[in-house]
Design a protein around this ligand. Structure first.
Ligand code: TYD
Length: 209
């Protein structure tokens, strides 16, 4: 049995992914696991971080959904080739978002036809699948309330309707995919951590460390 896993955290903006990623690192370290790589999407390599910046902070130019999709896939390819593929057999990889985000945001949120995502997934040869995807499910009204004092980026400025569509798409995929674990993230952070801990400990125990 391999002694490391690929863990992905998903959820709409304001669901608490970043806090939960850091919490997972802490849990793994408590089990003396040190070969850990924490990354995120879009981003995670120098080029991908530049793309992240463009995706999140472009203001004074019309930004097509198709441009957004292509930049996200360019960023994903950089991360896949430079970080994920070289380390997947030796490290625990924790990623704040991965390809399910594109299904939820670009198909669910933007209304892009799924066939283009399927094409891009094949085009970048995205054949590395996570061992577990923790999806933090939250009501968009609560999520947007949480980030209301934050300086919002281009996507965070979208409407409640947009985030409801993204959430519904996440739920739709989660129902069909056993590796996606839905965690109720509407409650306190302590409660979310408790639920995540149960999943991660189970994952560690099924792994020789
Ligand atoms: P995120 O990592 O959630 O931001 P923060 O670190 O500020 O919480 O920001 C990434 C944004 O990119 C988020 O709004 C969702 C969007 N996104 C997509 O639309 N599609 C994708 O495939 C990915 C990976 C991200």
């Amino acid at each position: 049995m391999k002694n490391h896993k690929f863990i992905v955290i998903e959820g709409i903006d304001g669901s608490g992914k970043t806090t939960i990623c850091n919490y997972i690192i802490k849990l793994l370290k408590n089990f003396n696991i040190t070969n850990i790589i924490l990354t995120h999407e879009p981003g995670g390599t120098p080029v991908a971080e530049k793309l992240r910046n463009i995706i999140k902070f472009t203001k004074k130019e019309n930004f097509s959904y198709k441009t957004e999709l292509l930049l996200i896939y360019a960023s994903r390819l950089q991360l896949l080739n430079n970080i994920i593929r070289p380390n997947i057999n030796t490290h625990w990889i924790i990623s704040d978002r991965y390809d399910i985000s594109s299904y939820a945001y670009q198909i669910g949120g933007r209304g892009i036809n799924k066939k283009y995502i399927t094409f891009l997934q094949n085009f970048i040869k995205n054949n590395i699948k996570p061992d577990i995807i923790i999806y933090l499910d939250i009501d968009p009204i609560i999520a947007l309330q949480r980030i209301k004092f934050k300086k919002k980026d281009r996507i965070e400025n979208e409407s409640i309707n947009f985030f409801s569509r993204v959430r519904n798409y996440y739920l739709k995929i989660a129902k069909k995919n056993k590796i996606i674990k839905i965690i109720n993230a509407n409650n306190s952070l302590e409660n979310v951590k408790f639920l995540v801990k149960k999943k991660i400990i189970k994952l560690i125990k099924f792994t020789e460390i």
